[in-house]
Write a protein that binds this ligand. Sequence first.
Ligand code: CDP
Length: 775
Amino acid sequence: KRKRDEPTDEPPSRDDKPVTQEAPHKSKSPTNEKPESIPEQPGNEDNVVGKAHPGKPPSNSKHNSKPKSLDNKTNFTSLREKANTLYEQRKKLPIFGHSDEIRKKLRDQDVMLLVGETGSGKSTQIPQFLVNEFWCRPTDTKITQKDGKEKSIKVGGCIAITQPRRVAAISLARRVAEEMGTPLGSSSPASKVGYSVRFDTSTSPSTRVKFLTEGMLLQEMLHDPWLTKYSAVVVDEVHERGVNVDLVTGFLRNLVSCDNQGRGGVPLKVVVMSATADMESLQGFFQEGFKLQAEEQKRIENGSAKGEKENGVTKDISVCHIKGRQFSVKTIYSPEPVHDFVDAALKIIFQIHYKEPMPGDILVFLTGQETVEALEHLVNEYAIDMDPALPKVQVLPLFAALPQAAQQRVFMPAPPRTRKIVLSTNIAETSVTVSGVRYVVDCGKAKIKQFRSRLGLDSLLVKPISKSAAIQRKGRAGREAPGQCFRLYTEKDYLTLDETNTPEILRCDLSQALLNMKARGVDDIVRFPFLTRPPRESLEKALLQLLNIEALEETGSISEIGRHIAKLPLTPTLGRVLLAAAENGADCLTDVIDIISCLSVENIFMNANSEEKKEAAETARRDLYRREGDHLTMLATVRAYAAEHADRKAWAERHLVSHRAMQSVMDVRKQLRTQCRQAKLLPGDQRNDHFPDPSPVLILQSFLRGFATNTARLVPDGSYRTVVGNQTVAIHPSSVLFGKKVEAIMYNEFVFTNRSYARGVSAVQMDWVGEALAG
Ligand code: CDP
């Protein structure tokens, strides 16, 4: 039994700030101001929206015979009304009173750092504070081209806000569009707020605020290295420290500490935001850039640059602290170590639901799609027999691979007399704010990517989270009122956790990062300004990997293949596979796109935990299984699903295939096909879904061009040994080849639980492996 009623003393930690409840802004706060971005006069909007809207009919046009302009007018009025209502909420956000201070700072400086508790309003308000500033307007200017001739260009006008996760980018864009009273993204040419994430971009010609993933900003830099579209880039959630944010900050430091030649002298403003307090290293990082620039200028001019810019903007970098509004949260530890956290979470959920009189939703932190779906299933099963006098429960999963519509449901309030139970991966830790939560259940673990140098590849490992992450998770329960946090680990275990997350750049495969840099002309990787310098060994491994897939020339410079791969929204290995498939013809490429689409969602098959379920699953999926292995099985599944026109959901249920995952697969597939058509890798004409029989040899050989080092051969004792590194590896039980003996296997992923497993496995021939390794 948990000691639920005893007050627990949270071990003191520097990061866990005292609980304070700030009075809403007093004195001369900008609350009296008009909302900065409440929509302009209706006349203006109507004019724009009244114009022809290419390609897209209004969504309700089929059932509505009212004139178009009238529809649009009504629409804008309701958008404005909604924005006015939301303005009341915005005024209460902790950041709101800092609007003047932030605007003033950014008029005087180009770089600002901002720290504020999750939910204080950073991501939604900062772009709105800045978008109407004078420096945020597009400026006509001139640049000198390589041939010495001058060219007139327009610079700026738009604000980019980067996010580590696509879910956050989309949901923030939606929210900010509502707050600004403007339609979202490509839904209207007058829309001022848009987003861009891998496989999904929604912007309009009028976009002024754009939420995008770090990866997409890096992609944009490929085409526009000076980021000429933007007046400001806001880097959000920098504390997450994924590899991409480290690259973004490096490139931005170079951009703000240069002469802005490619921007016709128009400076770029940069705001870096974090939910945790350590901003010193970032401050030092940007200052170092300015110092180097001043030294360089001094050297050239032999004068005194002294860190002053010509336009009078100083090179100070200030840190702005937003005090959060956090209510007290009681921590309840598990009295003893928990072995099955899914089971433990299930018990706690119903314990809360039955016994806690305090209303409020429950947010459960789990490790990944699999544990989320397993618990979702269990909670729904238990809820059937629940006391009918109790409020209902609504179980909502939240993980990166979830289709858009399902993700958005998490942000809607629960229906009356219903308790929302959100089952999330660490997405909900700082990236997204789920309102209504007063109970947090934290399993204490997260799935993280880790480079395993002996194997030379990344594996997904379930690892204990850091103290800082545990504190963030707990904080989610105290956003709106006092709450409770149930930690499914002991207090002693909590004390042994690392203080903060290790930056991904220190523990991951860097081949994508490296290719990114090479494609942007950074040839001297060693001189690149890294926020944290990656170990030399991982840089060397990444270089080798890129050489293996022919993305680099022997000299280390980027190859034509590498340039092609860098433009694809895929890892370098999968990008290489796609190009190899294109060489094998359009049919092979279309099939490989289907398989890659499956690989980009976590798992298309429903979990079969028990023996009984396993048997049922095997019977149901028999017609989909292919003896060649998982890749051809995925292809058969996509083809069968795509060919099902009557009821795809029922089809998926019959085959124990996740309908949800398949919807994501279809999204990705569509995007990849479009991109391949644009890159002229696929013919332009639309193809239907009746394809010739696939050619397994060509498909698998294409995969080997990217995954030649992810191979293992059968040895006489019946086990598999990796071709590179000679390590023992077993076929994962989820694979259709589990228990089978074939000459050699190729796999996409290496998972380490209690032993080393290969996942996403197909049978290959050793001579194909030899050929692929030889290049
Ligand atoms: O960036 P930070 O975590 O500081 O806060 P935010 O994301 O700007 O969120 C501020 C508030 O906006 C939240 O507390 C929610 O009330 C609301 N919000 C929302 O309703 N829907 C979203 N997708 C994002 C924010």
